[in-house]
Design a protein around this ligand. Structure first.
Ligand code: SF4
Ligand code: SF4
Length: 224
């Protein structure tokens, strides 16, 4: 049984790496808000794709068209990979539920069914920064995530022992003052208002993106 699980884990890790996924981790889903359909699925697989530094570095005073296309391409890739992982897990006799990378179920609050960031943090891939983004030591906030919920028991990680320290870059760059000195001071409504304004002024449709706080939150492997 343990060997079978280890073999599935190895298969998942090799498979996602081939698809360009740079971060893969497993979390216990205690204290994570889940939809009723996820009953009995107490593990989460978090997968992260690194954003292009060229595209993120080109964001100056508004979200660019290149960032919009990149965002959509990455969501599409993450969704594909999550489906493949789901298939592998099911073939091994376990249940799996892929949660789309940018699924919005509450349009007023612009929220999905599940917080990918929280699962990534519980999987030990990142911490939740002042900007409320998932921040990684290597790539800063330049990663997008997808999650697969499952009843396959996985070896879960410890949370990362990192925090924002004395960095204030996102606090200084945010155009609407949404970011406070700690993550619990994040003003979600102010941020949403700014994202809606950008969606309108830059013709982004229903894509609520900005990119400023993503750009300035850099990790060890970020190329400027
Ligand atoms: S996404 Fe933009 S508006 Fe929202 S917190 Fe980040 S910098 Fe501020
Ligand atoms: S830019 Fe600095 S303060 Fe803001 S989330 Fe990233 S590490 Fe934390």
């Amino acid at each position: 049984m343990v060997n079978q699980r280890k073999a599935i884990e190895t298969r998942i890790e090799e498979l996602v790496k081939r698809e360009g996924i740079v971060l893969c981790g497993y979390a216990r889903l205690e204290n994570v808000q889940l939809p009723p359909i996820a009953r009995g699925l107490s593990y989460g697989i978090s997968l992260g794709y690194r954003l292009s530094d060229v595209i993120i570095n080109a964001i100056v005073d508004r979200p660019t068209k290149e960032y919009l296309h990149h965002y959509r391409q990455i969501n599409s890739l993450l969704n594909q990979v999550s489906l493949i992982v789901t298939s592998v897990i099911q073939e091994e006799g376990y249940n799996a539920l892929p949660i789309p990378a940018s699924q919005i179920v509450d349009w007023k609050e612009i929220r999905g069914d599940v917080s990918h960031k929280l699962i990534a943090a519980k999987a030990g891939l990142c911490w939740l920064g002042r900007s409320s983004l998932a921040v990684t030591p290597d790539y800063g906030a330049r990663v997008r995530y997808v999650s697969i919920l499952t009843d396959l028991p996985l070896p879960t990680a410890q949370s990362l022992d990192f925090n924002c320290g004395d960095c204030r870059r996102c606090v200084e760059i945010c155009p609407c003052g949404a970011i406070g000195m700690s993550s619990d001071k994040f003003d979600r409504n102010a941020c949403l208002e700014q994202l809606r304004n950008f969606a309108k002024s830059e013709n982004l449709g229903t894509h609520y993106i900005c990119g400023f706080c993503v750009k300035v939150c850099q990790g060890k492997k970020t190329k400027l």
